[in-house]
Design a protein around this ligand. Structure first.
Ligand code: ZN
Length: 333
């Protein structure tokens, strides 16, 4: 009886700051009721579950109204959450920004909403979303990097999201680019994330400005309070031609280029998709990044790849969580 009815899947992207959710038709061609609320991790783990459940319920109700659907047209919920996680058991192993340890998120949501639910890493989902309906459409082997508070990533190999032996695959932010480099939140030294994440960009700007304040407009943008420098301020200053900001963006491009060159030599992807605030720098980021990749990766790998900016700003995680639900629950996207 439901064979010719449109089916819907709800995607949820749980972050430390916001929860984004929306409904997609099962083929991904249409989106409904996309929305975002603050996570408020201070309300505790069950409180965050309450917020997710309320958000999903409102998405379902609004989609029913907008698309003339019924409750039974909804076939499941795909959830993207910060990793590391255990997909098999549906558990978020550690999420420092949420204060979670071994939290059974999938079953909590399933128990409350009574729909099949899957869990996947948020950055894996963001890459999968860009592959399904964004900048990496049509790619067969795709590497994704999502640059924000950290650097997450995802790997799509032969059109399938790759998770590895224990769901760690795609943690490109914690690949080492400098043996004796900067200390990273993960405890390691010299991780890509310690150089090119948004907080790392702000730290490097601060370090340069303490040494050579000279020509930059950044100190006046923060009224002399160097602690107030953010990556966004660096991007804004770079847009206005600020020399120090441009140097920071160029260095960021080179660090990312090193990381991407490593990934090219390992995976030989046809598309590398880079998402996050830093991509707003456009050519100022991508031209030196591609140059660094050309210097370091094997030529056939360089020739085969397109390095592009993400297209699904703010919704890639939701779209990819739906794709992940399809892969895990229905066996394919
Ligand atoms: Zn690290």
């Amino acid at each position: 009886m439901s064979a010719d009815r449109t089916q819907y899947i709800v995607g949820v992207d749980l972050g430390g700051t916001n929860i984004v959710a929306g409904a997609l038709t099962a083929d991904g061609s249409r989106q409904f009721a996309m929305r975002s609320i603050p996570t408020n991790p201070g309300v505790g783990d069950e409180g965050v579950v309450d917020r997710i459940v309320g958000l999903v319920q409102s998405v379902i109700l609004d989609t029913i109204e907008q698309a003339n659907a019924t409750h039974r047209d909804f076939i499941g919920i795909g959830v993207g959450a910060p990793g590391p996680l255990d997909r098999e058991r549906g558990i978020v192993v550690i999420a420092p920004n949420l204060g979670w340890k071994n939290f059974p998120l999938r079953d909590r949501i399933h128990d409350r909403l009574n729909l099949p639910t899957t869990l996947d890493n948020d950055a894996n989902c963001a890459t999968f979303g860009e592959w399904w309906h964004g900048a990496a459409r049509g790619g067969r082997d795709v590497v994704g990097l999502t640059i924000g508070t950290g650097i997450g990533g995802g790997l799509i190999l032969n059109g399938t999201l790759f998770h590895g032996a224990s769901d760690v695959a795609g943690e490109v932010g914690h690949t080492t680019i400098d043996l004796n480099g900067r200390h990273c939140k993960c405890g390691n030294y010299g991780c890509l994330e310690a150089y090119a994440s948004a907080p790392a960009i702000a730290i490097r700007a601060r370090e340069v400005l303490v040494r050579e304040e000279g020509e930059s407009s950044i100190p006046s943008m923060v009224n002399g309070d160097f602690d107030a420098i953010t990556a966004q301020i660096v991007y804004d200053a770079a847009k206005d031609g600020d020399p120090v900001a441009n140097e920071i963006v160029r260095d960021t491009a080179r660090y990312l280029g090193v990381g991407v060159a490593n990934l090219l030599n390992i995976f030989n992807p046809d598309i590398v998709v880079i998402a996050g605030g830093v991509t707003a720098a456009g050519d100022a980021l991508f031209v030196p990044l591609r140059a660094e990749v050309r210097r370091r990766a094997f030529r056939p790998a360089v020739q085969a790849v397109r390095i592009v900016a993400g297209e699904l700003s703010g919704t890639a995680g939701v779209v990819g969580a739906v794709a992940s639900f399809k892969q895990q629950h229905l066996g394919g996207v």
